[in-house]
Design a protein around this ligand. Structure first.
Ligand code: NAD
Length: 495
């Protein structure tokens, strides 16, 4: 088994394609399916249940019944913890299956899926499980004549609508805290990458999570997603995806039952390199990985590189040297660092932005060409534009692909102005050897996460989310648990 290649393992892999409603794998009520294409080969991978309003109604009904029965919400936190730890263990045991499905479904390099996505999913469920019997409620400091309690209770039915770039991890960031706090959870994976969510359902059942408490509805956003967001018996919609769809979901929440609505949306993150950067080689290597990792399909991609003008020539030369290490290749080869773009639409979108950049007058200094076209897959050589100005669309709009815009600045104040000149505020970074510059700059950057002398550092213990149009909630850490609970004040008058 161990000397099998990932291609052999992919050949041998069997997986489910049905929806998971009320503890059973079922076809969509209409019987409709949609086709999944492997973006590395252009070949059909599977036909998956295409859920719509009727399936949403069944799942919400089952979720509500499970919640009301208290079969899950009524368990002691330590009992939910035990089941969720079992779930995390099963996920860990199936990490190769998760990694393969992720890679086949959305073009991610297998080594990234094995190295990050699969273990991060298990870790997220485990971390939330371990946390839940360690968080306390409050007793308010009031008069001697009363006992005033501030307690948190599960919301009820939580619908999680998630994207395709880190399909399992983004789902886990919602499922972990929402299940730990006692909710019933319905996941609507992206239509571009539904397979790992279905595997999550399979393992949830094996782990002992009761019927109706965890369900998965594969399908399209404007069908299953919209029906969930408009449903009057869904208590919370928790979303990761584009800002445009996030805005729609907020209005669906308002049009329906004012369900809690948490949005984790897009980004166009500024990556500042000051002239006093201590390790310029490391910064250049990191600037390359910050735009190439996961094909640039990362909400926190360091897509706007702001370099002090005095080091621009040296830095860009180093950057282009490190970009050479990020050549696309077959995602199932162990040493591939850049895989395929998720699908034809995204491939065309990225290429069209490369044309826009050229037409706007930016200089294409590296890459930007379709490559490996003989495979029928969607491969693009990562691109670097220099001479980019802040009024250009490629500087302002999220491309969600491997396209880096390089701009210069002359003072740190100018760098901060450029960095904050964005509708987004997800992440930002600064390389400097001066601690005061680092701290003052990180305070001034309007972003949910600031990286100092690194890019993409993080941990389950750290909240993750955006300022401005990058969103309104936080995933990860104990703060995420609050999203999935209501706060209750109880005033007990004493005799
Ligand atoms: P998307 O907004 O197109 O889709 C996300 C999900 O929303 C999918 O499941 C989709 O089916 C669903 N959806 C689409 N239209 C809908 C509708 N009308 N009603 C209900 N649901 C609908 O985003 P995407 O292309 O899958 O993902 C890329 C985006 O996600 C990027 O903007 C990226 O920055 C963002 N992202 C953000 C974070 C974060 O934590 N902030 C993390 C990862 C990705």
């Amino acid at each position: 088994m161990d000397n099998m290649t990932w291609h052999d393992k992919a050949e041998a892999l069997s997986f489910r394609t049905q929806a998971f409603i009320n503890g059973e794998f079922v076809n969509s009520a209409s019987g409709d399916t949609f086709e999944i294409i492997n973006p590395a080969t252009g070949h059909s991978l599977a036909h998956v249940a295409r859920c719509s309003e009727q399936d949403v109604n069944s799942a919400v009904e089952a979720a509500r019944a499970a919640f009301e029965s208290r079969v899950w919400s009524g368990l002691a936190p330590s009992e939910r913890k035990a089941i969720l730890l079992n779930y995390a263990k099963l996920i860990d045991e199936h990490k190769e299956d998760f990694a393969l499905l992720e890679s086949l479904d959305m073009g991610k390099p297998i080594s990234d899926a094995m190295g990050y996505d699969a273990p991060a999913t298990a870790r997220c469920i485990q971390w939330n499980a371990e946390a839940i019997d360690k968080v306390y409620d409050e007793v308010a400091p009031v008069t001697e004549d009363a006992l005033a309690l501030v307690t948190r209770e599960a919301l009820g039915v939580v619908a999680a609508i998630v994207p395709w770039n880190f399909p399992t991890v983004m789902a886990a960031w919602k499922i972990g805290p929402a299940l730990a706090t006692g909710n019933s959870v319905i996941v609507k994976p992206s239509e571009k990458s539904p397979l790992t969510a279905i595997l999550l359902a399979d393992l949830a059942k094996q782990a002992g999570i009761p019927a109706g408490v965890f369900q998965v509805l594969p399908g399209f956003g404007h069908e299953a997603g919209q029906a969930l967001a408009l449903h009057n018996d869904v208590d919370c919609i928790t979303f990761t995806g584009s800002t445009a769809v996030g805005k729609k979901l907020l209005s669906f929440a308002g049009e329906s039952n004012l369900k809690r609505a948490f949005m984790e949306c897009g980004g166009k993150s500024p990556h500042i390199v000051h002239y006093d950067v201590k390790d310029i080689e490391k910064a250049a290597a990191t600037a390359a990985s910050a735009i190439c990792y996961n094909q640039g399909e990362v909400c926190t991609a360091g897509s706007r590189l702001l370099v002090h003008s005095s080091i621009k020539d040296e830095f860009v030369a180093l950057l282009l040297k490190y970009m050479e290490n990020w050549q696309p290749n077959d995602p199932l080869l162990e040493n591939t660092r850049v895989g395929a773009i998720v699908d034809a639409a995204q491939y065309e979108r990225v290429l069209s932005y490369i044309d826009i950049g050229k037409n706007e007058g930016a200089t294409l200094a590296f890459g930007g060409q379709p490559t490996m076209t003989q495979t029928d897959g969607y491969f693009i050589q990562p691109a670097v534009f220099t001479d980019v100005t802040s009024d250009m669309r490629i500087f302002q709009e999220e491309i969600f692909g491997p396209v880096l815009c390089v701009t210069t600045f002359d003072s740190i104040e100018e760098a901060i102005t450029l960095a904050n000149d964005s509708d987004y505020g997800l992440a930002a970074g600064i390389w400097t050897s001066d601690i005061s510059t680092a701290v003052r700059c990180s305070r001034a950057l309007r972003a949910g996460t600031v990286f100092v002398n690194n890019w993409d550092g993080g941990d389950m213990t750290m909240p993750f989310g955006g300022y401005k149009q990058s969103g309104n909630g936080r995933d990860k850490s104990l703060h995420a648990l609050h999203k999935y609970t209501e706060m209750k004040s109880t005033w007990i008058e004493l005799d």
